[in-house]
Design a protein around this ligand. Structure first.
Ligand SMILES: [Zn+2]
Length: 304
């Protein structure tokens, strides 16, 4: 009819229509660049169907994937001191923290602890959220791991850690570095109680996290292609002035060099965990349990 209906109106409609389509329906694979539809990605456990790249997982999804029937109970973590150093860079650390907490609706820090069963075996899982300040380990995350270890001992359960972290949280300075011995002691506590401690190294496991509890598993699993190391590859290359070998600091490279026991595709992770836990937690068959060693007092009459 007029310039308004023929030209302006369609333009306005186009703008409005665009806004109706959520922008997170498609994800670009960081491995091959392919666009992946969210539903297919979800069904495929966030693994690229084209190249097998394992995308990072939110901790809730990780927990649902590992526990039997996707059922688990998240535990309340102890409140910890916030921003002990009153740190500020471009922004105050306290504000930065609040911002992420707001965006993550409910998450207090970068680790989530839940308990349930894995293959019928009681287990406590501590899963990291890389989306929460790079999964960095500060006081709260250290506390989360301690709480998980305490719970595992209390429930006579296995402890499973799934780190995905850039390392220590620099905004908490030395206090974040102190979480390295703390988490190491937490793991020791579980081992002393005779409970299994398993680690699933997810992309990336680096810095102070790799230099503490993440490398202390009774059995260490890793996801394909995960970056695992202490210092970044570029830093090492610049320091030693040498070209690093192909696949350096990748899960497969670590497997070849004896730092990782198994590299497991995400779809096989639960079954593998069940198998390992079954082997580690299986109680001896009743017939074997009845044959006590000859030196025990109860069986003294045998020798008489
Ligand atoms: Zn891909």
């Amino acid at each position: 009819m007029s310039w308004l209906t023929n030209f302006v109106l369609p333009k306005i409609r186009a703008v409005v229509a665009k806004k109706e389509v959520p922008d997170n329906l498609w994800h670009k694979c960081p491995g091959c660049g392919q666009m992946l539809f969210h539903r297919e990605l979800e069904a495929n456990l966030h693994v690229c169907a084209a190249c097998g790249h394992h995308l990072r997982l939110a901790p809730e999804k990780r927990l649902a994937m590992l526990f039997d029937d996707g059922k688990y109970t998240v535990i309340e973590l102890p409140k910890t001191i916030v921003d002990p150093l009153k740190f500020r860079d471009r922004k105050r650390y306290a504000d930065r923290l609040k911002e992420v907490q707001g965006a993550k609706s409910g998450a207090r820090d970068a680790a989530l602890v839940a308990h349930g069963t894995v293959g019928g075996v009681a287990a406590v899982v501590c899963a990291f959220d890389f989306g929460f300040m790079g999964g960095s380990m500060g006081i709260a995350v250290g506390e989360a791991l301690l709480a998980a270890a305490r719970l595992a001992v209390l429930q006579e359960a296995a402890l499973i850690a799934v780190p995905s972290s850039g390392g220590a949280r620099m905004q908490e300075g030395i206090l974040s570095l102190m979480q390295m011995p703390r988490t190491t002691l937490a793991v020791e506590m579980v081992k002393e109680a005779g409970r299994p401690y398993l680690v699933i190294l997810a992309d990336p496991t680096t810095g102070g996290v790799s230099a503490s509890f993440a490398m202390l598993g009774d059995v260490t699993l890793a996801e394909p292609g995960a970056v695992i190391g202490f210092a970044g590859a570029r830093v090492i290359e610049e320091t030693i002035r040498e070209k690093l070998p192909e696949g350096f600091q990748r899960a497969e490279y670590l497997l070849e060099h004896g730092m990782v026991d198994l590299v497991v595709h995400r779809r096989d992770l639960k079954a593998t965990l069940e198998r390992i836990l079954g082997l580690l937690c299986r109680k001896g068959p009743p017939a074997l349990a009845a044959i006590a060693p000859p030196h025990t007092s109860e069986r003294g009459w045998d020798r008489a």
